[in-house]
Write a protein that binds this ligand. Structure first.
Ligand code: F6R
Length: 605
């Protein structure tokens, strides 16, 4: 949820910390802080607000070559100067930044209070620095003190520690919150995410749960949970720093919308041989596919919408029993799942706490698990029996765009693969595969309608509400269009099955209400058209998204997607709705990449 960075080298640390924090601001941005360390003192600056507020407090000529930094998304305690990280011990000799949640922080606080410790913030994180102080006083060896501290923490953490006792050294430890390390000629880095230091190296070391590390200017040692030094396992980060920056667009969101043709192409690369799907991870699974009697699709937010789409496809292609549920509900619905259940989890970040909790439950019940994830080496990717990666690259904007469409594409391939594993023939498969391969080009054509979507988004300027409707495979698109619009423009937006309008929601339609309708599914398009007429009769202005050959002459605002199999129309339609939301938000002057109250990676339940 928060972004953390550490740097130790032979040159001033501050520029590295600030640059890293600016790349991590997508992880949270309600307060920011840094500590710089030298042998005499720790110097800490922190403030409520964006990184730019912190920069105003800092002079440019700070020479310390070791430091840590943090950008926060509040979970315990309001955004405030006091609650901002880093947190220090009473004497100001140890400084800590933390990402995650310490679930037992109240108990630990009580215990430490009895030892005479005073707490200054409302955060769960402050107990970490006080515990470190406590153990360090008993035995002044920081590695040991950190090991003892993390043993006491319940919950999740990625922690960086600096102290005046070893002014060139950073200690780190992690469990269930991400932490990557890197080394370059400039120095040694740790961060919540690789783009924080990608400028300097693309060789990264994702720390695993329970591991810790000691960073110095020219050295990096990694330890397992028992404290034994281990051989680091480096991976090559497949994207350059450009991929993690705006590349000339107004915002990350717009850049990411435009990246869709290429990331869809990457996601599909090598996935087919003739009419067979190529997903070796699935072939290698030790599963009796004939014994799978139900499949559950589980995720949160946008990824949950991708699951709704996949669930519909799965039922259509395999005729087998399946259902879909938000990860936050799965644990509490007493799911009747067992070793004959296949659970498919979808996540961009691979760190979403609700999804992680759902995986733990599915595994405890013996289910077969597959994940569709974007972030390499993330927690979710490591927990399931098999993982398939979307190739969306770093998604920085809080509102998910390219991760969504690549999820739809990869889930489509996965559903086709599962049909093969069950020995089920999917009708029209070769056409589907050739259309899947055409998607990059189709998406490119749809992006050509940007001006039109911008113009249509102008309708939203005076609107408090907007509605999205669709049937069948158009329904997840309606949900996603509404989510995109509400999260970045703050226009209240709802999605309905088109056929459900008349059962209640139509009461909300009045003169000039903006309704976006999808009618890309030939089997039900004429029914949706009837529902559109019903809303127009009540004064609505309807934007209709439909296929090339669908009759739509009677409607004023029509946007056509290129000819494609109806099963794939959700992808170009989603791209149109992303642009609609983007320009709606821009028109209203919203901070598109950093919508209020949201964070990119939701690592709390
Ligand atoms: C919306 C959005 C969120 C995420 C959700 C799950 O634009 O991005 O709804 O989709 O928080 O996140 P991941 O996919 O990282 O598990």
């Amino acid at each position: 949820m928060c972004g953390i960075i550490g740097f130790t080298g032979k040159q001033p640390a501050l520029p590295f910390l600030l640059q890293g924090l600016s790349r991590l601001e997508y992880r949270g941005y309600d307060s920011a802080g840094v500590t710089l360390v030298n042998s005499k003192a720790l110097r800490t600056w922190k403030t409520k607000g964006r990184l730019s507020e912190l920069e105003k407090l800092l002079s440019k000529d700070l020479a310390e070559s070791c430091g840590i930094g943090h950008t926060r998304w509040a979970t315990h305690g309001v955004p405030s100067n006091m609650n901002a990280h880093p947190h220090m011990n009473e004497e100001g000799t140890i400084s800590v930044v933390h990402n995650g949640i310490v679930e037992n922080y109240q108990e630990l606080r009580e215990e430490l209070r009895e030892e005479g410790y005073i707490f200054h913030s409302e955060t769960d994180s402050e107990v970490i620095v006080q515990l470190l102080d406590f153990y360090y006083r008993k035995n002044p060896v920081m590695k040991e003190a950190l090991a003892k501290t993390v043993k006491r923490l319940e919950g999740s953490y990625a922690i960086c520690v600096t102290s005046i006792f070893e002014p060139d050294t950073i200690y780190v430890s992690k469990k269930e919150s991400p932490m990557v390390l890197g080394q370059s000629k400039e120095g040694t880095f740790c961060a919540s995410d690789a783009p924080a230091f990608l400028e300097y190296t693309r060789e990264i070391l994702p720390l695993q749960d329970g591991q810790s590390a000691i960073l110095n200017a020219g050295s990096l040692e990694v330890f397992d949970a028992s404290g034994k030094q281990i051989e680091p396992r480096w991976i090559h980060f497949p994207y350059d720093v450009q991929a993690a920056q705006k590349g000339g667009y107004d915002s990350f969101m717009l850049k990411e919308i435009h990246e869709q043709p290429s990331v869809i192409r990457e996601t599909l690369r090598g996935r087919f041989r003739g009419t067979k799907t190529v997903l070796p991870m699935i072939d290698q699974m030790n599963v009796r596919w004939d014994r799978i009697d139900q499949t559950v699709f589980i995720a949160c937010g946008t990824a949950y919408h991708a699951c709704i789409y996949a669930n519909l496809l799965y039922q259509k292609y395999t005729g087998k029993v399946s259902w879909v549920i938000p990860a936050s509900e799965f644990r509490y619905c007493s799911p009747n799942v067992n070793e004959h259940t296949l659970c498919i989890f979808v996540s961009q970040s691979g760190e979403t706490a609700d999804t992680l909790a759902a995986i733990k439950l599915a595994k405890a019940k013996g289910c077969v698990t597959i994940s569709v994830v974007n972030v390499l080496g993330s927690s979710i990717s490591r927990m399931t029996d098999a993982v398939l990666y979307t190739a969306a690259g770093p998604e920085i904007a809080v509102a998910s765009t390219k991760a969504y469409t690549t999820q739809l594409v990869l889930l489509h391939v996965l559903v086709l693969k599962l049909a093969e594993m069950y020995g089920i023939k999917v009708k029209g498969k070769s056409r589907l595969i050739s259309d899947l391969k055409r998607l990059p080009e189709v998406t490119e054509q749809v992006l050509g309608q940007e001006e039109k979507m911008k113009e249509l988004a102008g309708m939203l300027i005076d609107q408090r509400d907007a509605y999205f409707i669709g049937r069948q495979l158009d329904y997840p698109t309606a949900l996603e269009g509404a989510l995109k619009l509400k999260e970045i423009s703050y226009v209240h937006a709802d999605a309905y099955y088109a056929g459900e309008l008349k059962h209640g929601p139509i009461a909300l339609i009045e003169k000039d209400t903006v309704v976006t309708a999808m009618a890309t599914q030939p089997e039900v398009a004429s029914k949706t058209v009837s529902n559109i007429r019903e809303t127009i009769a009540r004064g609505a202005r309807v934007i209709l998204i439909t296929g090339e050959n669908m009759p739509a002459e009677e409607f004023e605002y029509v946007v056509r997607i290129p000819e494609i199999s109806p099963e794939l129309a959700a992808i170009p339609s989603a791209v149109l709705l992303q642009m609609f939301a983007y320009y709606g938000a821009k028109e209203k002057g919203c901070d598109i990449d950093k919508p209020r109250n949201l964070a990119k990676s939701v690592t709390v339940e």
